[in-house]
Design a protein around this ligand. Structure first.
Ligand code: IPD
Ligand code: CA
Ligand code: CA
Length: 254
């Protein structure tokens, strides 16, 4: 199943490369800044039909289609994580396929088609970037770290929009990035390119696969309030063990 997920994200990457940096049909979803393009739709259709051919009894939760079927196996699909970037020809986006069994993620493939970078993980078998083992960074303090975060689409009206937290953390760290792709944020923490990540108001297809990747890369993942992360969670702190503790304290005013 991991081989299938890896092949399928690479194939969906071909769909995205065909559309990237071309004039696109773009619609809005929950707010005027929550976009969906024809590339999201075509990538998702491609992945859904591949899953239905190979695993017709499995259920699917796809960002643009919603839930399909009922099974102890659930495929999560984000056909473009980083749609705003994609729609602006900004080269930072990926495709996510993750598989959960009884609400626990067991494998994930995340593919950045422009850099040809394939992140993959299977529970208990380590985390990989293009088949090389990856590990989280060892930066243990906020002052020696570069973090990454994001802001929800409804940030104009949602009081929990991460602005307060961003302003609090910014003076404490070497830098904070906002890549626009939650899945790549998790991948970059898993391979040590970034030291820690936090974000509120995510959906499972954005980051559930990345949770397994960071854990198998030796990192620690929890909800922002420190409680145990679960499939139903919509927020996260991910980092190495020491930095996770620092981030947890800072984000919770401890
Ligand atoms: C979004 C990205 C972004 C995060 C948003 C997500 P999308 O996913 O992952 O980094 O801040 O919360 O919704 O809409 O590009 O698939
Ligand atoms: Ca997403
Ligand atoms: Ca998406």
């Amino acid at each position: 199943m991991l081989a299938f997920a890896k092949n399928t994200v690479i194939e969906a990457g071909e769909v995205l490369k065909k559309y990237f940096n071309t004039p696109l049909a773009i619609k809005t979803k929950s707010t005027e800044r929550d976009l969906v393009t024809q590339a999201d739709i075509e990538s998702e259709k491609y992945i859904i039909s591949a899953i239905q051919r190979h695993y017709p009894d499995h259920a699917i939760l796809a960002e643009e289609h919603g839930r399909i079927g009922d099974s102890e196996y659930l495929w999560l699909i984000d056909p473009i994580d980083g749609t705003t970037n994609f729609a602006h020809s900004h080269p930072m986006f990926c495709i996510v396929i993750a598989l959960a069994h009884n609400d626990k993620i067991i494998l994930t493939a995340i593919y950045d088609p422009l850099r040809n970078e394939l992140f993959s993980v299977e529970k208990g078998k380590g985390a990989f970037l293009n088949d090389q083992v990856i590990k989280v960074s060892s930066s243990s303090t906020l002052s020696s770290s570069v973090l990454v975060t994001g802001f929800p689409y409804d940030r104009a009206t949602n009081p929990k929009n991460n602005m307060k937290e961003f302003c609090k953390i910014m003076p404490l760290v070497q830098g904070i990035r906002r890549s626009g792709s939650a899945a790549l944020d998790m991948c970059y923490v898993a391979c040590g390119r970034l030291d820690g990540y936090w974000e509120y108001h995510l959906n499972p297809w954005d980051f559930a696969g990345g949770v397994l990747l960071v854990r198998e890369a030796g990192g620690v993942v929890s909800n922002i309030d420190g409680s145990e992360w679960a499939m139903a969670s919509n927020n996260v702190i991910a980092a190495n063990k020491e930095l996770h503790q620092e981030m947890f304290r800072a984000l919770n005013d401890l």
